[in-house]
Write a protein that binds this ligand. Structure first.
Ligand SMILES: [Zn+2]
Ligand SMILES: [Zn+2]
Length: 250
């Protein structure tokens, strides 16, 4: 398959995940919190495994001997999301937004949505950086990111609804984060030589999302079953990896 077609179709699918999440919250009366929490847990495990077992070893190969510099890029990506989601935005967490009082504060919903679009932009950057390195890496990062895309759309739509805005505003916010994902893909495609930096940087973002956005949300609601699904996510990564290995014969 043509690499550009791969990039565009993976981008559209990832952005589509966001739209599906937004659709679920604006169209359904009953919340789907439990199922989404399962998805968040599986996604977190898969993302962690992808960063530690695929992305960092690849970064180490590319940076040969200068891993310290590469890891500074990774740390910078991690810290960017702490800055956007929890320093600039006064209130943000994954999962359904139910703290109406917090959300009614001036600018709280807007900054949360902007913070989330910074994050989704780098979801796109991560997918493209992976794909431009190798199909296997790109595919694994794509699945890792895709698994949290529906809960992400759900999150952003619920932020708008709980801040007193209507369904239309919830849709606009969902479209914004979906478009940011796609913009992330396109930007890396335009500056391919930057991949050596964007790969570790976006891995830092992915690490933040898995370990500091998704896992706290899993732990907040508690429960053995949900927590076990993080391990299931890691197992799913191994399985996907194995299948790819067979299919691509590497
Ligand atoms: Zn909240
Ligand atoms: Zn994301």
């Amino acid at each position: 398959m043509d690499p550009f077609i791969q990039l565009v179709s993976f981008g559209l699918l990832a952005a589509g995940g966001n739209l599906l999440g937004g659709f679920l919250i604006t169209k359904s009366q009953e919340t789907r919190q439990t199922k989404l929490r399962y998805l968040i847990a599986v996604g977190a495990g898969f993302m962690l495994a992808a960063v530690f077992l695929e992305v960092i070893p690849e970064v180490a190969r590319q940076w040969d001997g200068q891993l310290g510099v590469a890891m500074s890029w990774l740390l910078a990506g991690y810290l960017l999301i702490q800055l956007a989601e929890h320093t600039v935005a006064p209130h943000f967490h994954f999962g359904e937004e139910i703290h109406t009082e917090e959300m009614l504060r001036r600018g709280a919903a807007t900054t949360a949505v902007i913070a989330l679009s910074v994050h989704t932009f780098f979801d796109g950057v991560a997918i493209a950086s992976g794909l431009l390195t190798s199909f296997r890496l790109g595919f694994l990062i794509f699945i890792a990111i895709l698994l949290h895309k529906v809960p992400e759309g759900f999150t952003v739509a619920s932020i708008m609804l709980s801040s007193g805005r209507g369904t239309r505003a919830a849709w606009h916010a969902t479209l914004l984060i979906a478009a940011a994902t796609f913009a992330g893909i396109l930007s890396v495609t335009l500056v391919k030589p930057a991949v050596i930096y964007t790969l570790p940087f976006s891995a830092g973002v992915t690490l933040y999302v898995a370990a500091s956005d998704l896992i706290p949300e899993v732990n907040h609601s508690g429960g053995t079953r949900t927590s076990l699904l993080i391990f299931a996510g890691v197992a799913l990564f191994y399985l996907t990896h194995l299948i790819l290995h067979e299919a691509l014969g590497e």
